[in-house]
Design a protein around this ligand. Structure first.
Ligand code: NAI
Ligand SMILES: C[N+](C)(C)CC(=O)CC(=O)[O-]
Length: 472
């Protein structure tokens, strides 16, 4: 049965949670007294639809239903997960959590998005909530810090929607990540307030340098490398004494007053005010998709989380011909002509070939055993336009699988069935030791023969054997 998430408070974070659950197949019910909440949440969900599925090379589950309610008790009825995301005020959280506790089913997990409160503070008035602290945008960033009782069971559910639960073993104000962020934030406010740097210069200092490192190796692994061949021990010996130097104003905070707010907000407007928040969100999301997809290749950081989640998603079902690709066209695949760039059709064909290889047993283990296929020739026909956000499906015909050859004809269609391209490709079976062609192992040869039998009698696809400049 489809699971249900109830989102209490649908602002920046509640909207992100709603999108994360919804796009992973959950039904989502929302309670937020703001009359603008429905519009805002729908805008956040639209942004999520254009980005989250683009992280995956398999389709996400079909979206659940989305409903907006005027009554908290009605919202949480039958919920499997209730996520409180109201403003960061303890008295308000206590009131809202008490109402949730009174109406939610006993089996429901009650998570609080609190950035700073400890579970002992949240539960002081009897609530059974635990901290489930996410990161913005919740639908793309996998990290969620879990603190409190029931964290292990909650973690399992969150992994199921593609998140990375980090169980915080001992409660502490602001958990783990916000303590780190707060240190950078505090020092940045000092630098602006003292006139050392502008908001833009600080952002450049982060994104041109260490920000790039952190997404893939974090702090400690990065510094281990910075110690040279002697590693972390040498790094610490070299830079440890700096802790006592006046590099930072640790624990000291600039006075938070109107002048500071005006200074920071004014510089931020000058830096980024030419774009709306939604435009900035889309830019951020497109960049995050590109970064996370790059990390997927090496299984690093958030890319490893997407990889693991993806293997748990069902493969597309075949409908006569094997479906070798079913994914969304990411924004980054569109070019200056406003459609999918020509190179991406070949990339999609190459992904389909890889999937077909896995289907016939020429998978990672087979390659590790020293055998594989090399592509000898490919021909792409561009038949119609695919656009960013389109669903892209590939069905693969096996035209010849005998001997050392594998001749494939990929037909790429969009979700509405329009054939946008064909990629015809000939591969040769090779011994990776000698780099010379050889016959496939019997299991692979037999799998190819089974596909050939299943496809026997199908008409030759239109366009087979075409070459560039052919006279019509
Ligand atoms: N904004 C951020 O970067 C992050 C925020 N958080 C945490 O998430 C929580 C929510 O923060 P944001 O989404 O940023 O705030 P927000 O101000 O964007 O959204 C809060 C929402 O709660 C609604 N609300 C107010 N009273 C309510 C009530 N009694 N019942 C139901 N809804 C009510 C408001 O109408 C608003 O839509 C806070 O605890 C915050 O610390 C966690 C991670 C990141
Ligand atoms: C600013 N903040 C403390 C609310 C930030 C967070 O809690 C996490 C995030 O997304 O940066």
């Amino acid at each position: 049965m489809t699971k249900k998430a109830a989102i209490i408070g649908g602002g920046v974070i509640g909207g992100g949670w709603a999108a994360r659950f919804l796009l992973n197949g959950w039904n989502v019910a929302i309670f937020d007294p703001d009359p603008e909440a429905e519009r805002k949440i729908n805008e956040v969900i639209s942004n999520a639809r254009r980005s989250l599925p683009s992280l995956y090379d398999r389709p996400l589950p079909a979206e659940g239903t989305l409903s907006f309610h005027r009554d908290l008790a009605e919202t949480v009825a039958d919920a499997d997960w209730v996520q409180e995301s109201v403003p960061e005020r303890l008295d308000l959280k206590h009131r809202v959590l008490a109402a949730i506790d009174a109406a939610a089913p006993a089996h429901a997990v009650i998570g609080s998005s609190t950035s700073g409160f400890k579970p002992s503070e949240l539960t002081a008035e009897g609530s059974r909530a635990l901290v489930a602290h996410p990161f913005n945008p919740v639908y793309l960033l996998p990290l969620v810090e879990l603190v409190g009782e029931g964290a292990d069971a909650a973690a399992e559910t969150l992994r199921g929607i593609g998140m990375y639960p980090l169980i915080v073993r001992k409660e502490i104000d602001a958990h783990i990540a916000d303590r780190l962020l707060e240190a950078v934030w505090r020092e940045s406010l000092w630098l602006v307030s003292d006139g050392i740097a502008t908001t833009e210069e600080i952002d450049q200092a982060i994104r041109m340098g260490f920000g790039l490192r952190w997404a893939q190796m974090g702090l400690f692994e990065t510094y281990r490398i910075a110690g040279g061949e002697a590693g972390m021990r040498h790094f610490m010996q070299q830079f440890g004494p700096a802790l006592a130097w006046p590099w930072t104003k640790l624990m000291d905070v600039p006075e938070f007053n109107e002048a500071l707010v005006d200074q920071i907000a004014g510089q931020s407007d000058a830096q980024s005010g030419h774009r709306t928040i939604r435009e900035l969100e889309r830019l951020r999301d497109d960049n995050l998709v590109g970064i996370i997809r790059a990390l997927k290749h090496s299984g690093s950081g958030a890319g490893g989380v997407v990889q693991a989640h993806e293997t748990a998603l069902p493969l597309p079902e075949t409908d006569g011909l094997p479906i070798t690709l079913d994914r969304q066209v990411p924004q980054g695949w569109a070019d200056y002509n406003g459609h999918m760039n020509e190179a991406r059709y070949l990339e999609a064909g190459a992904e389909a070939t890889d999937q077909f290889m896995r289907m016939i047993g020429a998978d990672a283990d087979y390659i590790a055993s020293g055998k594989s296929y090399f592509t000898a020739e490919s021909h792409v026909r561009y038949l119609a336009e695919a656009h960013a956000g389109d669903r892209l499906i590939c069905r693969t015909r096996l035209l010849d699988g005998a001997g050392k050859r594998m001749h494939l004809f990929h037909s790429l269609t969009t979700g509405d069935g329009t054939e946008v391209a064909t990629v015809e490709t000939i591969l040769l079976h090779v011994d990776l030791g000698t780099r010379k062609t050889c016959l496939a192992e019997p299991a692979v040869a037999e799998a190819l023969a089974r596909h050939a039998t299943a496809q026997a009698g199908l008409p030759q696809p239109e366009g087979v054997g075409r070459f560039v400049g052919q006279v019509r």
